[in-house]
Design a protein around this ligand. Structure first.
Ligand code: SF4
Ligand code: SF4
Length: 160
């Protein structure tokens, strides 16, 4: 399924079940949102954000196109629940669909995106991974719950 099709599917699920998902999983969504803020705070305070911003200006970005295929409809629904608006079209042909002119347009991101640091970035990897693990833990919990919620209501072979 193309990324555009996965986005469409996520929107269909969100339009049908979004209110119920929000009220059922409000607490985990709130904790995930706070944990994401914490990761970004750490990245700003250690200078990672600035290094990546400069690098993106010089080289384009390390957000390559293949990464978008790690994003299924469930994590895209989670992004909708967190208020994300997806890009309408691809910003650059060689880049991930979710990469806009100011960087990633998602809020909930897969582990590959959250924890990737190239060797231009000199921070304590253990400490960084510890900070990221909170966000990734809540994300993983929410993915399991939402997948189960959807599967109980919509058989996988049919569309919502
Ligand atoms: S992780 Fe490395 S390659 Fe990717 S944007 Fe940051 S500095 Fe650039
Ligand atoms: S960080 Fe965002 S834009 Fe970059 S590869 Fe991951 S999902 Fe795509």
């Amino acid at each position: 399924m193309s990324v555009e099709d996965r986005i469409t599917l996520a929107k269909v699920i969100y339009n049908r079940f979004g209110d119920e998902l929000k009220s059922r999983y409000n607490e985990i969504l709130r904790k995930l949102d706070e944990a994401i803020d914490e990761t970004w705070r750490y990245m700003r305070s250690t200078g990672i954000t600035e290094i990546c911003k400069q690098c993106a200006l010089e080289t384009g970005s390390c957000c390559r196109r293949w990464v978008e295929d790690l994003y299924d409809e469930i994590i895209l629904v989670i992004n909708l629940l967190l208020g994300v608006e997806f890009p309408k079209e691809r910003f650059k042909e060689e880049l991930c669909f979710f990469c806009g002119k100011n960087g990633c347009m998602l809020r909930a991101r897969e582990g590959t995106c959250v924890t990737y640091l190239c060797d231009r970035i000199d921070v304590d990897r253990t400490e960084f991974n510890k900070v990221c693990s909170l966000e990734l833990g809540y994300l993983s919990l929410l993915k399991v719950k939402i997948r189960r919620f959807i599967d109980q209501r919509v058989p996988r072979s049919s569309s919502p």
